[in-house]
Design a binder for this molecule. Structure first.
Ligand SMILES: O=C1O[C@H](COP(=O)(O)O)[C@@H](O)[C@H](O)[C@H]1O
Length: 234
């Protein structure tokens, strides 16, 4: 198991400021080292305050490419669309925000294949991947269901795939496209940002369970080589 460090904050605002500061530093370092930064950001609600603060940072945003680390298969502009939330915040800054599901389709497997093909246009490994975690233990859109093993242990060259969660999560009950575990854990830096005791309990349990964890976050964290920071506020 990798080195995992918890960073605890008094409230979500304090956490958002710290997360935004760390991502800014990672982006600056990537631009200094390679001339550009390619980052995958978590969807959902938890990281939005951090993204709003990050967008205020003085960065050479034209050199920054942002993809969602996972996407709900819904039309662009839909309130559930992860890339739409990212685009609203970062497009006005000049960043390149790339949808990984440009068109909603009923064939989630085909959406996954086309996202995997789109990944070829990016430089790899990712400079950074931010993960969220659901109260059911999913991370990115890696969920139990028919695509689970492919997501956590599929071919190493598979960077994205279509996923049908089973059961469907009530907050966004739709098929998904997600980065694979391999694409996530080979990023140059991986960070988790979560709020609430329930998510903390799940992550702690998942880490204890190790590679045989019942939770997707446990399967993703198992045997990761790079150190991972987990930012948490109650
Ligand atoms: O469905 C999703 O859920 C997780 C957690 O979202 P949150 O709103 O509880 O923070 C998120 O990380 C993932 O990207 C998203 O698609």
């Amino acid at each position: 198991m990798t080195e995992i460090e918890w960073w605890d904050y008094d409230d979500a605002d304090e956490m958002a400021a710290a997360v935004a500061g760390d991502i800014q530093f990672i982006i600056e370092s990537a631009i200094d080292a390679r001339g550009s930064a390619v980052i995958a950001l978590a969807g959902g609600n938890t990281p939005l305050p951090a993204y709003k603060l990050l967008a205020e940072a003085k960065l050479d945003w034209k050199k920054v490419t942002i993809i969602p680390g996972d996407e709900r298969i819904v039309p662009l502009g839909d309130p559930l669309s992860n890339v739409t939330a990212l685009a609203k915040i970062f497009l006005p800054k000049g960043a390149r925000v790339k949808p990984i599901v440009p068109e909603a389709t009923k064939d989630y497997k085909a959406a996954g294949r086309s996202a995997d093909a789109l990944m070829q246009d990016l430089h790899w490994p990712l400079d950074f991947c931010l993960l969220g975690v659901g109260t059911d233990g999913h991370t990115a859109s890696i969920f139990p269901g028919p695509d689970y093993e492919e997501a956590v242990a599929g071919p190493k060259e598979r960077r994205a795939l279509g996923v049908m969660p089973d059961p469907l999560p009530p907050e966004a009950p739709v098929a998904r496209v997600t980065l694979s575990r391999e694409a996530i854990v080979t990023a140059r830096a991986v960070m988790i940002a979560v709020t609430g005791q329930a998510k903390r309990d799940i992550i702690e349990k998942a880490i204890k369970q190790g590679p045989l964890s019942e939770y997707p976050i446990g399967r993703v964290l198992a045997d990761v080589e790079l150190p991972i920071d987990i930012h948490w506020a109650a």
